[in-house]
Ligand binder design. Structure first.
Ligand SMILES: Nc1nc2c(ncn2[C@@H]2O[C@H](COP(=O)(O)OP(=O)(O)OP(=O)(O)O)[C@@H](O)[C@H]2O)c(=O)[nH]1
Ligand SMILES: [K+]
Ligand SMILES: [Mg+2]
Length: 380
């Protein structure tokens, strides 16, 4: 039996097994098996033909966004609208056959936007150019799942399933489980919270399925067996995903309203250029980027003024050249971005902005920066 058949057998068995206390272990085991076979399926094949020609686009800019969706939902139209790159759009399916990069300039950041071929059900198993598309999606910071507002919700759940099956977890955080395989000592199991979905016995069963007999496991969260399997397997990608419903010019106001209220969703029309600004705002939030401006010490601050009582103006921050960092970045991150050795010469920094109580405020390397803060670094 091939792997695909094994997978479908297990999926069928899971579907027909009633979920209750008595079947809990059996189901957990089936899920562990399923994850194992899927992993085998995804192992890169040795043949060169599976390599995607035209898919190896260099990462550039401050962040990468991948456009994923069924054929003809408007991905290429969107790229051509938001960037200076033109990507062919047409009314027939599979117009786009490779990965086409463009750049969105927003709030001083360069966001790389990747247009990709449409994907269909079975993409994860290699249908169409599904595997290459999904491989690119894994490298993104945010996925935009573009949907045709005139089509039903089934497209969305099909795509979610495809991405899920290759270890991409959308809008989920990494399960808070400490897991460390050991050389001996058996399995030590602990939890800091009450567990309602996993037990020590189930955890052991799952670990045995992966031939792990010695390990330390600590649940810090009430996780499900699937989440525990994700931790064991390890190569999961936790990806923010924005669901974008395009072509709202074709549906009723009531329907637009209903879609717009869904979590993680934005409604747009590329054709009529509706709501694109709001989409950018949402995208910015999902990318969780922070712009920091630097300011040199002016002559006044260096004590060079006082000629004829004339105050020389302090140097102005350079607002044209922001340093783009991840949300939560510290002063140390800023230093590293400016120069490799700056952190080691660091004495203190002055920060103006929302991250400090006073403007400016003297801060150390561990201070957390916020969006649009201005910083001046003083060296030893
Ligand atoms: N009514 C309407 N049509 C749109 C909108 N956006 C795109 N289209 C049309 O939808 C069709 C498909 O657009 P594409 O941009 O080629 O779609 P795609 O997702 O890139 O398609 P593939 O590359 O084939 O996967 C084109 O005929 C577009 O003109 C929109 O907002 N409203
Ligand atoms: K198309
Ligand atoms: Mg296209």
């Amino acid at each position: 039996m091939g792997i695909l058949e094994k997978i479908s057998e297990i999926e069928k068995e899971i579907a027909r097994t009633q979920k209750n206390k008595a079947t809990e272990y059996h189901l957990g085991l089936l899920k562990a098996k399923l994850a194992k076979y899927r992993a085998q399926l995804l192992e890169p094949s040795k043949s060169a033909s599976s390599k995607g020609e035209g898919f190896d686009v260099m990462k550039s800019g401050d962040a990468r966004v991948a456009l994923i969706g069924f054929p003809s939902v408007g991905k290429s139209t969107f790229l051509s609208l938001m960037t200076s790159t033109a990507s062919e759009a047409a009314s027939y399916e599979f117009t786009t056959l490779t990965c086409i990069p463009g750049v969105i300039e927003y709030k001083g950041a360069n966001i790389q936007l990747l247009d990709l071929p449409g994907i269909i059900e079975g993409a994860a198993q290699g249908k169409g150019r599904g595997r290459q598309v999904i491989a690119v999606a894994r490298t993104a910071d945010v996925v935009i799942m573009m949907l045709d507002a005139t089509k039903g919700e089934v497209q969305r759940s099909l795509l979610e399933k495809e991405l899920e099956s290759v270890g991409i977890r959308l809008n989920k955080h990494k399960p808070n489980i400490y897991f460390k395989p050991k050389k001996g000592g058996g399995i030590s199991f602990n939890s800091t919270v009450t567990l309602t979905q996993c037990s020590e016995k189930l955890v052991q069963l799952i670990l045995h399925e992966y031939k792990i007999f010695n390990a330390e496991v600590l649940f810090r969260e009430d996780c499900s067996p699937d989440e525990f399997i994700d931790v064991i397997v390890g190569n999961r990608v936790y990806m923010p995903c924005l669901y974008v419903y395009n072509k709202i010019d074709q549906i009723s106001m009531e329907e637009v309203d209903r879609l717009a209220r869904k979590p993680n969703s934005v409604v747009i029309s590329c054709g009529m250029k509706l709501n694109l600004d709001y989409l950018l705002e949402m995208l910015w939030e999902y990318l969780a980027l922070t712009c920091i401006y630097t300011k040199k010490r002016g002559p006044a601050e260096l004590g060079l003024e006082v000629t004829h009582g004339l105050r020389l103006p302090a140097e102005r921050p350079d607002f044209s050249d922001a340093i783009i960092l991840r949300k939560g970045a510290s002063v140390e991150h800023v230093c590293h971005r400016i120069h490799r050795s700056l952190a080691s010469q660091f004495k203190y920094a002055l920060v103006w902005g929302t991250s400090t109580k006073y403007s400016p405020q003297r801060v150390g390397l561990t201070h957390t920066m916020e969006h649009e803060d201005v910083i001046q670094i003083v060296k030893k």
